[in-house]
Design a protein around this ligand. Structure first.
Ligand code: NDP
Length: 337
């Protein structure tokens, strides 16, 4: 049983030596349990937080503990009447070949789901995040302008497409021309701005002639600086993630802008609300799943996966995710289907 453990807590950007590949015996199960074999492992930005022992909404991974993560697995052995050998399930199995579950935390996947890995993306955690953050907090109205950063990623690509289905003017922000082209030509965004270009502020202003009504925040930093002056009165900001800060070791240089930010929120009566997807919206999974499955089946929403082969490549792929090296939802194929 290959496992990837946390060897050291990163200082800034994670390094390959912060992870360690170890071999252990395949666990045995007792009454009520199932043995799961990982087929797909989801790599997600929140894992950077789990590598740190700073205070957060979830406990950190222990040093020498197996890295946590969502996975799509097959039931290899079962002593639980609710599962048969060969069943497909979504588990929180972590970065390893095998894990044991008592079944309570498992979600069975329908046999007819053609792409089982989609349960880690469009039909799973990132999909629920995009749908609920946008619809419940963002409350987009027809004709409004919605801006989303990390626009071709797991969450952002779905936010923009759902906003289009709601009749909004959608502007993405992404890293590089290839991603921006994809957002417009494939995902149907009205425009997409490259955050690496020198004129981000001006380009965003041009793309949003009526200001911004909903800004779905995935990134923070320089992107938020460009967005803030364009937010309209009564704008909504679902505060989903701040990936530009996850590797930061100190506050950015410069004057303290907290007063200016709060002044802007006050005068423009902007609503900014953070959320943690399963804590806040786990109970609404079926509502989301019905809507998203329908959009996927009818071709109204497109989805791109970035598939990496082999558990051993997970650290490198994860380090790249924090730097924009993924193009689409990052998933590792750990084992054969
Ligand atoms: P993505 O698939 O979007 O991958 C991350 C992307 O972030 C990169 O590809 C890169 O895209 C972008 N990025 C990285 N660094 C920067 C930077 N400095 N400036 C601008 N963009 C950057 O990841 P997810 O869709 O899984 O996650 C998106 C966000 O949503 C993250 O912040 C994550 O933490 C958050 N999230 C929050 C949840 C919650 O419950 N609140 C649940 C799930 C996700 P590019 O090349 O385009 O810059």
């Amino acid at each position: 049983n290959r496992q990837i453990t946390l060897a050291a807590r990163p200082n800034g950007e994670p390094k390959p030596s912060d992870f360690k590949l170890v071999e252990s015996v395949i666990p045995t199960i007792s009454e009520g349990q199932v043995l799961l074999r990982t087929v797909y492992l989801s790599l997600d930005p929140y894992m950077r937080g789990r590598m740190s022992d700073a205070e957060s909404y979830a406990d950190p991974v222990a040093i020498n503990g197996v890295m946590v993560g969502g996975s799509v697995c097959r039931v290899e052995q079962t002593l639980n009447d609710n599962f048969k050998q060969g069943d497909w399930v979504v588990a929180f199995g972590g970065w390893q070949d095998y894990c044991v579950s008592d079944g309570v935390d498992l979600l069975k996947l329908p046999a007819q789901l053609a792409q089982k890995s989609y349960a880690l993306g469009i039909l799973g955690m990132p999909g629920l995040t995009a749908y609920m953050g946008l619809m419940d907090i963002g409350q987009p109205q027809k004709g409004e302008t919605v801006v989303v950063a990390a626009a071709t990623g797991a969450v952002g690509s779905l936010v923009g497409q759902i906003a289009k289905l709601n009749g909004c003017h959608v502007v993405g922000i992404a890293g590089g021309a290839e991603k921006c082209d994809y957002a417009v030509k494939e995902l149907g965004f009205d425009s997409c701005i490259d955050h690496k270009s020198a004129d981000l502020n001006e380009a965003l202003k041009q793309a949003c002639p009526n200001g911004i009504d909903v800004y779905f925040e995935n990134v923070g930093g320089a992107v938020f600086d460009a967005v803030l002056p364009l937010l309209n009165t009564k704008a909504r900001v679902p505060l989903c993630g701040l990936i530009s800060q996850y590797n930061a070791t100190s506050l950015p240089d410069g004057p303290d802008r907290m007063g200016a930010l709060m002044g802007r929120l006050l005068v423009k009566r902007i609503k900014m609300q953070g959320f943690i997807v399963f804590d806040d919206y786990g109970h609404r999974y079926s509502e989301f799943s019905d809507a998203m499955s329908n959009w996927l089946q009818t071709g109204q929403i497109k989805y791109k996966e970035h598939l990496v082969q082999g558990l051993g490549n997970s650290p490198e792929a994860f380090i790249g995710l924090l730097k924009g090296e993924n193009f689409g939802k990052l998933v590792v194929q750990v084992g054969e289907a």
